[in-house]
Design a protein around this ligand. Structure first.
Ligand code: SF4
Length: 236
């Protein structure tokens, strides 16, 4: 008798089918893309994409943490790795103020920028929303190579569903995460972080400030943005 409580196989199938479509669409828009089954495979694929000796800058991403890329880069010890959002054991930021800004700006002249994604559309677009723009700006321009790692749970039908996902799931959970885990009260007090519902606020600390749709790359820059879609639920 099948175990009706375990839907792992069905989920894996759904993720793979959707990711296969998204990968084909991303490639049509000159975005390198591939599907991997799990986070272990994602880790080895991403590590192989990062040459030794280059500077790597990271955007804030739960997915990058879950895959363990920064930890692995530090273990390999062959790159300069800048993580402006690195956290201490109590969740507070290790680097603050002008030094954090310097690291965020360094992304623009780095060889590799690592990021997660809020949403990847089935028609091959990346949709992300930032409070500051320190993730979306270097995704568009600056670093030689951008590597985006995203769980297949981030795949949505189109841009409209992507923006809906950002306000329904990503922004409220991120605001809550910053409030609770990182002691950033202003974010924790946002309406969505208190109630779980976006009210399209005009709060001073609104985290939905810059929404960028990446509709692929110019043909001559087709190797710049690289997307690794993972057949697991990852990130927010
Ligand atoms: S607009 Fe305001 S309430 Fe809505 S998700 Fe963004 S920060 Fe939260």
């Amino acid at each position: 008798m099948p175990d009706e409580r375990d839907i792992g196989e069905e989920r894996q199938w759904l993720y793979q089918e959707r990711a296969t479509l998204a990968v084909a669409s991303l490639q049509k828009r000159n975005t390198n893309a591939r599907y991997v089954t799990n986070r272990q495979e994602a880790l080895s694929v991403v590590m192989a994409m990062i040459p030794e000796g280059v500077t790597v800058v990271c955007g804030d991403s739960v997915t990058l943490e879950q895959v363990g890329i920064v930890a692995e880069l530090r273990k390999r010890n062959k790159n300069i790795v800048l993580d402006p959002m690195e956290r201490a054991a109590d969740g507070s930021l290790v680097v603050a103020g002008a030094e954090r800004l310097r690291m965020q700006r360094a992304a623009f002249s780095s060889e590799v920028f690592l990021a997660g994604a809020n949403a990847v559309t089935l028609d091959g677009k990346l949709v992300n929303t930032d409070a500051l723009g320190n993730r979306v700006a270097p995704m568009i321009f600056g670093p030689d190579k951008v590597i985006v790692v995203a769980g297949a749970n981030k795949i949505v039908k189109d841009v409209s569903e992507a923006i809906e996902r950002i306000h329904r799931i990503a922004a409220p959970m991120n605001a809550r995460r910053h409030g609770i885990k990182h002691h950033m009260e202003a974010f924790g007090n946002l309406p969505c972080a208190r109630t779980g519902i976006c009210v399209d606020c005009n709060n001073d600390s609104r985290i939905c400030r810059y929404t960028v749709i990446i509709d692929g790359s110019l043909g001559r820059r087709k190797d710049r943005i690289n997307v690794v879609l993972v057949g697991e639920e990852l990130g927010i």
